[in-house]
Design a protein around this ligand. Structure first.
Ligand SMILES: Cc1cc2nc3c(=O)[nH]c(=O)nc-3n(C[C@H](O)[C@H](O)[C@H](O)COP(=O)(O)O)c2cc1C
Ligand SMILES: C=C(O[C@@H]1CC(C(=O)O)=C[C@@H](OP(=O)(O)O)[C@H]1O)C(=O)O
Length: 388
């Protein structure tokens, strides 16, 4: 499968085109809308999320609720566009007006300056419109389709918040994936530990009050993936590598770890590797899951546990210093309406980005012109590896 997204943050709409989805998959817009609504929520978001009501329109590739095997296009309208027609519309505008409202003071931490240098834009709006994480709505739509495929073959996935600023949720390893879904969906900050929810909200409120921003850590748990997905034979087929690359492509993500991750540096081999056991019911399994479900670029059959760290949001209401690209003088960076913390939303984004990579690896590995073929092949594969 592959997909492209198009659309500016305050333009008319976002578009996602997905190619390679098996035919005869039951796909309803409600499946996608549920994901979009989850992404919009979460404590710490700015005023924009009160304007938008992200809902998808499926404009091709699906008839009467079933995929055709042809490219699927998904459209999400930007409700905010109506306030931006004079800036983002197609009509030419007066040069003097245009110059006055150009953005010339790049925000440290955002794409403004690098994008302007690279594409030659004197008005950095031409960069920020596309670098905005508004685009993650289009990627979540693609991931929602991937999740429908995963569900058909018994794979479940959830993303949740582990840490906001310096407030850490206690580990909830004992929870089932179902419990994790319930808890994160009920929580204002999408964390699994109710006792830390208030502290997390307080940290967000304080940052907002100070004109500042904060980041945090999110985790994704995938269950039901058979062992041997991905491959050790070539660098670009290693599934942990593909997931890591995709997670790093999420706006503001600065690091990824699987299982114990960076803590592996503090451990000995005997405390790190997951002992192998066999049971005729379960097949091969591990007594622990320190490596987060991967060895040799392939899944082990244990849950995939992957974390991502999000830096604090770059737009600050008390801005850092920057340079005006017209005068070259020092100024405070420009202020755009902004979130003060988007970590809860980012946990939903990461869930969908990981879902896409896992579903894509399945479709590469198994015959999948129709969803029926995919299900049949995976069933046979699961039986084979259980008895291997
Ligand atoms: C869900 C989400 C919401 C975001 N909201 C904002 C925001 O309101 N203001 C902002 O400056 N950055 C926001 N960001 C982060 C920027 O989009 C990001 O920092 C920027 O595109 C530069 O890319 P980089 O941080 O990956 O280098 C958000 C990121 C995510 C994932
Ligand atoms: C629009 C979304 O997030 C936006 C991401 C974003 C940024 O700079 O990344 C800046 C803000 O946009 P605006 O300036 O219009 O308020 C966020 O609201 C969204 O997630 O749907």
């Amino acid at each position: 499968m592959r997909y492209l997204t198009a659309g500016e943050s305050h333009g008319k709409q976002l578009t996602t085109i997905i190619e390679g989805v098996p035919s005869q998959l039951n796909l309803l817009k409600e499946d996608i809308n549920e994901s979009l609504i989850r992404r919009q929520g979460g404590y710490g978001r700015g005023r924009r999320m009160k304007i938008e009501k992200d809902l998808v329109e499926i404009t091709s590739g699906v008839r009467h609720g079933f995929t055709l095997g042809s490219p699927i296009s998904l459209v999400i309208k930007n409700d905010d566009f109506k306030h931006w027609t004079h800036i983002m519309g197609e009509d030419p505008i007066d040069d003097d007006v245009e110059v006055k409202r150009q953005i010339t003071k790049p925000r440290p931490g955002h794409a403004d300056l690098n994008g302007a240098l690279k594409y030659g834009h004197r008005d950095m709006r031409n960069v920020l419109e596309r670098s905005s994480a508004r685009e993650t709505a289009a990627r979540v739509a693609a991931g929602a389709v991937a999740k429908v495929i995963l569900k058909e073959v018994g794979i479940d996935i959830i993303g949740y918040v582990k840490q906001i600023y310096n407030v850490k949720a206690t580990d909830q390893h004992h929870l089932t994936i179902e419990d994790k879904k319930l808890k994160s969906n009920e929580s204002t900050v999408r964390a699994l530990d109710e006792s830390k929810e208030q502290d997390m909200m307080d940290a967000i409120d304080q940052a907002k009050k100070d004109g500042d921003s904060i980041g945090g850590i999110v985790e994704v748990h995938v269950e039901g993936v058979p062992a041997g997905l991905g491959s050790h034979v070539h660098y670009d087929r290693k599934l942990d590598g593909r997931i890591a690359g995709s997670v790093m492509s999420i706006n503001a993500f600065k690091g990824v770890e699987f299982g114990v991750g960076f803590d592996a540096a503090n451990r000995r081999g005997s405390e790190t590797h997951d002992e192998i056991a066999y049971d005729s019911e379960r097949g091969y399994y591990r007594k622990t899951n320190n490596l987060g479900g991967f060895e040799g670029g392939m899944t082990t059959g244990m849950p995939i546990i992957v974390k991502g760290v999000m830096k604090p949001i770059p737009t600050l209401y008390k801005p850092l210093n920057s340079v005006d690209i017209d005068t070259k003088e020092t100024f405070q960076a420009s202020i755009e309406r902004s979130d003060s913390c988007a970590v809860p939303a980012a946990s939903v984004v990461m869930e969908h980005i990981v879902a896409w990579e896992v579903a894509n690896a399945l479709l590469e590995q198994f015959t999948s012109d129709t969803i029926g073929q995919l299900k049949e092949e995976i069933k046979r594969y699961r039986e084979r590896i259980q008895q291997f």
